[in-house]
Design a binder for this molecule. Structure first.
Ligand code: IMP
Ligand code: MG
Length: 332
């Protein structure tokens, strides 16, 4: 453990929220740092209750975990305050003074730009907000009165925690195929989503990372426009049990089978050391709720073996249902 990065492999919605919530409870994480912005929703199911988190780190489920928003993140003030209330984390969440602020005007710019609309953005305004940050006219967290109680130096907290041997998790958003640098440009989000970028946004250098967990879903989905290899129709997706709607925007997700070439690339560019595969129960319904590898039907084991053979790193976490604890944990 000590410092682990969680990154998505495809176009987001791989189930990072679920994996993080499991690790928070199981490993008793000390710190969890959210990167990215409000466009990404991380879904966490806990005791039958569903949370779609746009700002609060998914590790909130473990009540001793200190939660942080990194300096490179882009914060939506109203959504942040609403989620702090809903998750009751007021006393243990901090925002880096230098996190930039996304405002209503950015959302309007996003929704009224024909170009951005054509890319199928979420409409939250993340692209325009980052543009403003690059122009160096953006507001920062330290400029906002409502955020004063939360302000901190997140990078200092995280590095001190790593020095002290605490368990730190850096929470990435979206997936490599949506990376501004490595994804399917121009059908990408406004930032790099790779493991290195997650570290940079949090303020941790590469030599301090022990593990990079790359999260795959058993099939691929994408919302918005842009290429999706071997895409299937909605009818076919419904038949296979793969049809999903977006946690953040409610839009229908497109879907396609797991792609080994993209998976290998995601492992390479993220320097992933281990993998998680979620929603195995959507591929093989008999897996629902399984807690051990031995319980899996042969075809499900073969699928996991094939992934391991191709990506050459172990699949150590396997999701078998929506709840945080519906997981097969093959770590030592
Ligand atoms: P933007 O990030 O809102 O600018 O949208 C750019 C592209 O990234 C669009 O295709 C969005 O659907 C996609 N996107 C952004 N955030 C997420 C996410 O959290 N999950 C899935 N797709 C996302
Ligand atoms: Mg999502």
């Amino acid at each position: 453990m000590p410092c682990t990065v969680i990154a998505g492999a495809f176009w987001g919605d791989e189930g990072k929220g679920k994996i993080i919530s499991y690790l928070a409870l199981k490993d008793k994480l000390d710190f969890c740092v959210r990167t990215g912005s409000v466009n990404a929703a991380h879904t966490v199911w806990l005791e039958g209750k569903r949370y779609a988190l746009h700002m609060v780190p998914a590790a909130f489920v473990y009540e001793k975990c200190r939660l942080l928003i990194g300096a490179g993140a882009n914060l939506h003030v109203a959504k942040f305050l609403e989620e702090v209330e809903a998750t009751k984390v007021k006393n243990r969440i901090g925002v880096d003074r230098q996190a930039s602020i996304i405002e209503e005007k950015h959302s309007i710019q996003d929704k009224t730009s024909a170009h951005l609309k054509g890319l199928g953005t979420t409409g939250w305004g993340v692209g325009p907000a980052i543009e403003e940050r690059v122009r160096r006219t953006a507001k920062l967290a330290k400029d906002i009165p409502e955020l004063q109680p939360y302000l901190t130096d997140a990078a200092a907290e995280i590095n001190n925690a790593i020095d002290a041997g605490k368990k730190v998790l850096l929470e990435g958003t979206q997936g490599l195929m949506l990376s501004l640098f490595h994804g399917t440009y121009p059908y990408v989000t406004g930032r790099d989503t790779s493991a290195s970028a997650i570290c940079a946004e949090a303020g941790v250098g590469p030599t301090r990372i022990d593990d990079v967990i790359i999260v795959f879903k058993s099939f691929m989905t994408r919302v918005g426009a842009g290429p999706l290899p071997e895409e299937i129709t909605k009818e076919e997706a419904l038949k296979r049990g793969w049809f999903e709607t977006a946690a953040g925007t409610g839009r229908e997700r497109r879907s396609a089978p797991f792609n080994f070439e993209l998976a290998k690339r995601a492992v390479k560019v993220n320097s992933a050391t281990q993998a998680a595969v979620t929603k195995l129960d959507s591929m093989f319904p008999q897996c629902q709720g399984a807690k051990t590898y031995d319980e899996l039907p042969n075809e499900a084991k073969q699928f996991i073996n094939e992934i391991e053979k191709q990506i050459r790193i172990p699949v150590l976490l396997i999701g078998t249902g929506p709840e945080a604890l519906h997981i097969i944990d093959r770590r030592k």
